[in-house]
Design a protein around this ligand. Structure first.
Ligand code: NAD
Length: 498
């Protein structure tokens, strides 16, 4: 069986003490195994990154950006293979994998503008013949730890920006679908990146903990579930590292009585069930303001859900594929069971999904649940599956209070035709990314991505301008070249221009 290894110092390395099974979730069978890095292997990767840093940091930024230009071209030229690898191990359908890759490429495009965003700031004559400037220096070796649900896009949120800023990088992708990540790392070498600047270690907690504790690692970017994000943030910052840790989500859509219902229904379908709901920006709760709109919405949604197609990643006509593992399928079903037991009504039930010919795959069909209340487990926790829950409220304020009191604050959206209501909502809601008649308000690569509350630990959001700030350290230099002929006396008061 194929063993997926690491990528250290520009070469594949299969060192391991343990391995883990990698599945094709569309078929429900193990197809590969992945090497889990020991502490020693991770330390080898960190050493490679540390050794590569001095030369890479001093490489002119335009040359670093040129590597990213070439990388972008290689990602485009290899799109089919990348989407195939994503599909095989994650299960997302080709059109969805292509969207993930494109969003990732846009981060590479933004990284190409590093000569512009790293220019710094300059002030002439801040004092008599004194000039001052701020520059943004790289941190050194930085680490990234990424989740299974975007094996290409989320790593591309991190390492292109970190590397173009002059850092070297150790990436620990998800052990559940590592092949596409490993493949794109090799493309970066083909694009001209010197060995050791980007290293990939596959592994689990042992690998992650080594990165968190090693004093050579200066900063850690994490994306994954909230309990692990909190652990990563606390451990990394206690070890003196800079850290941004993006966590889980429960994204609500408020459906106002004046909303355009056709638009609501089609966009809820895509945002709730696309990628089997395994997106941190998936809309998993529709909050209907008033019973009239709730009843109409549910009637339309249930008709449309019956028409959705799900099945293996390899059939491009499918709307969505399986969930990632048999354990995750069981967990999603458990949440649907619990909602029913706690008094909700399962309107469309995906628990017995078994597409013909793929009965062993890890499928859950699109599920719609009505009469959900805030005390239910399925509402409080992140399900991360193709399940849309409906909560009925009487007013927009009640809907906003519900969202504000939820533990998570990643994304949200409002469907309305009332500009005043939409503006009030976006201005006041305690959530980091907001859509107005837009179901998945994932910021483009030249903005930055991040939630509020327990969806993000740390100050700076991911990618875009915040990404550049996260991966650099400001240094401010004040300079004067005094005349050698003039002897100046010592000055004991705080220097001012007065
Ligand atoms: P996860 O937290 O299980 O794993 C993420 C990473 O952490 C993986 O690399 C994994 O190997 C590592 N990890 C897991 N357990 C660990 C432990 N005990 N100690 C140290 N490291 C550990 O997340 P996942 O299931 O791969 O991904 C899904 C989750 O990610 C969802 O909660 C989703 O909302 C979240 N997510 C968030 C965003 C965001 O931007 N906020 C984006 C994508 C996914």
């Amino acid at each position: 069986m194929e063993l997926i290894g690491h990528f250290i110092q520009g070469a594949i390395n299969t060192a391991h003490t343990r391995t883990q099974a990698v599945y094709n979730p569309s078929l429900g069978i193990q197809t590969k195994e992945v090497a889990l890095a020991s502490k020693a292997t991770v330390e080898e990767a960190i050493a490679a990154a540390e050794a590569a840093f001095p030369e890479w940091r001093n490489t002119p930024v335009i040359k670093r950006a040129r590597v990213m230009f070439k990388f972008k071209e290689l990602l485009e030229n290899n799109a089919e293979k990348i989407c195939q690898l994503i599909g095989e191990e994650h299960g997302k359908i080709g059109h969805d994998a292509a969207g993930e890759l494109q969003r990732g490429i846009e981060n590479v495009e933004y990284a190409c503008s590093a000569p512009e965003f790293l220019k710094g700031e300059f002030s002439k004559n801040v004092g008599p013949a004194i000039d001052s400037w701020s520059e943004f220096q790289p941190l050194g070796v930085v680490a990234g730890i990424t989740p299974f649900n975007f094996p290409v896009m989320v790593p591309l949120w991190m390492f292109p920006m970190a590397i173009v800023c002059g850092n070297t990088f150790v990436l620990k992708p998800s052990e559940r679908d590592p092949s596409s990540t490993l493949f794109i790392a090799q493309l970066l070498k083909e694009a001209g990146l010197p060995d050791g600047v980007l290293n990939v270690v596959n592994g689990d907690k042992e690998a992650v903990d080594t990165l968190l504790h090693d004093p050579r690692v200066q900063a850690v970017s994490f994306v994954g579930s909230t309990p692990i994000a909190e652990y990563i943030y606390q451990t990394a910052t206690a070890a003196g590292k800079r850290c941004q840790a993006l966590g889980g989500a429960k994204n609500h859509a408020i459906v106002m009585p004046d909303a355009d219902l056709n638009n609501v229904v089609s966009s809820l379908l895509g945002a709730a069930f696309g990628s089997s709901g395994e997106r941190c920006m998936a809309l998993s709760v529709a909050v209907a303001v008033g019973d009239d709109i709730a009843d109409q919405m549910i009637a339309k949604l249930s008709k449309e859900i019956d028409l959705l197609k799900y099945g293996p990643y390899s059939n491009k006509d499918n709307d969505f594929g399986p969930v990632i593992t048999a354990q995750h399928k069981a967990k999603v079903i458990h949440y649907i069971d619990s909602a029913e037991q706690q008094g909700a009504s399962v309107i469309v039930d995906g628990r017995n999904a078994a597409p013909e010919g793929y009965e062993n795959g890890f499928y859950v069909g699109a599920t719609l649940i009505d009469q959900v209340t805030p005390n239910m487990t399925s509402y409080k926790e992140e399900i991360f599956g193709p399940v849309l829950q409906v909560i009925r409220v009487k007013t927009m304020q009640e809907a906003m209070d519900l969202i504000d009191s939820h533990e998570y604050g990643n994304g949200t959206c409002i469907y309305t035709r009332d500009g005043e209501a939409a503006r009030y909502f976006s201005d006041n809601i305690k959530v980091g990314m907001v859509g107005i008649n837009i179901p998945l308000p994932v910021p483009v690569a030249y903005h930055s991505f991040g939630g509020w509350k327990r969806s993000l630990f740390g100050d700076l959001h991911a990618y875009g301008p915040d990404g550049a700030r996260f991966y650099t350290r400001r240094k401010t230099i004040t300079q004067r070249w005094p005349s050698t002929n003039v002897r100046e006396g010592a000055q004991f008061s705080m220097p001012t221009l007065n």
